[in-house]
Design a protein around this ligand. Sequence first.
Ligand code: AMP
Ligand code: GLY
Length: 422
Amino acid sequence: MDVLVVGTGGRENALAWKLAQSPRIGKLYIAPGNGGTGALGENVPIDAMDFENLVKFAKERNVALTIVGPDNPLGEGIVDLFKLRGLRVWGPVKAAAHIEGSKAFAKRLMREAGVPTAEFEIFSNHDDALNYIREHGAPIVVKANGLSFGKGVYVCMTLAEAESALEEIMVQRVFKEAGNEVVIEEYLDGQEISIHALADGKDFILFPPSQDHKKVGENETGKNTGGMGAIAPVPFVSMEALKDIEVRIVRPTLRALAEHGAPFVGILYPGLKMASNGIKVLEFNARFGDPECQVYMRLLKTDLLDILEASADGKLAGMNIEWNSGFAVNIVLASGGYPDTYKKGFPITGIEEAEKILGVVVFHAGTSTQGGTLSTAGGRVLGVSAVGDTLQGALDRAYEAVELIHFEGKYFRRDIGAKALI
Ligand code: AMP
Ligand code: GLY
């Protein structure tokens, strides 16, 4: 079976890595892919947002299933278009992906479905929003409503911070239309975890919990990033907590989406806070997390192609997903300066040596082989993953591998998984 993966990051590299192991895989295409995916299949130089050319390619090559990784094409309706053109595709339609693209839609849906989330109000007028934060005081969280590449969220510990967040979003309009509405919400304490549910529009299967590390600095300091490292499973999330998440969060959300005429097919990924006043939803994503996807692919025993096909075809009922025992971790190697400006084009060495360590696989994200040498081409450059019987064992292997890989400006966090070890 010939398969096309759409996207360019560590997530898509991990999906391609796992798909390449399927006994049923024929040709594997990645569009546009990165410096690592070319070794697993064929990189196709079509941008993830160039829907017409992706459709054309899938038709010409008789691609049997297209798998969409990133949020942007999903939010812009790539799945709707593929279906319209009679192509088989995995991922949510635009109306379902809206749960990620619009925080206000997600919040209203949660309120309606009784899903626990931070208290919130939505404003489209700057003065009303300002009055609200002055009444409520800090800590408080201010979010631009639309997609803003993870940068539209301000966790404000003082009122002055909240006021300047409103100023940036609604007056200076640094996120453009994404700032037409702001969501202002209650600050939630506690640890953050990532939940992934594979859904087929009717049924769903929960993955083990994972945890990302979103801040650029150690001990959750500095700016938000796409994610600096992940672990799975998360040892402090009990079976009871997971059941609670399934019953009170995942199931009612999927039901509410179906009732809105937007049954969800793909990965529903709620980001949760294990807050002192209960487990609450921070946000919904309509795709695999990255780097979470990388640790999931290391743990997944079942053929990825089988479960994604079942999801796309509405046939998850009665299916079982098997996971390897132990833990998987991932350490992101980033370009110095990320998530702000950084330089690209530095040669990368040491990946082969790193992968000689037992349990280690290095996924590429922002890399390129243009010009014949592997070099840095993005903010998050590599994801160094490792598996182990224990979390500490997996972390030891990954950090040993990290030391063997070199490029100018290499930056990583040394405390991935630390909070889960306590
Ligand atoms: P989001 O894009 O909504 O996930 O927000 C980005 C990050 O901001 C989250 O990963 C959290 O670390 C933080 N955050 C968002 N909402 C809240 C909240 N209500 N309370 C505390 N932290 C939050
Ligand atoms: N791991 C964070 C994200 O994918 O949004």
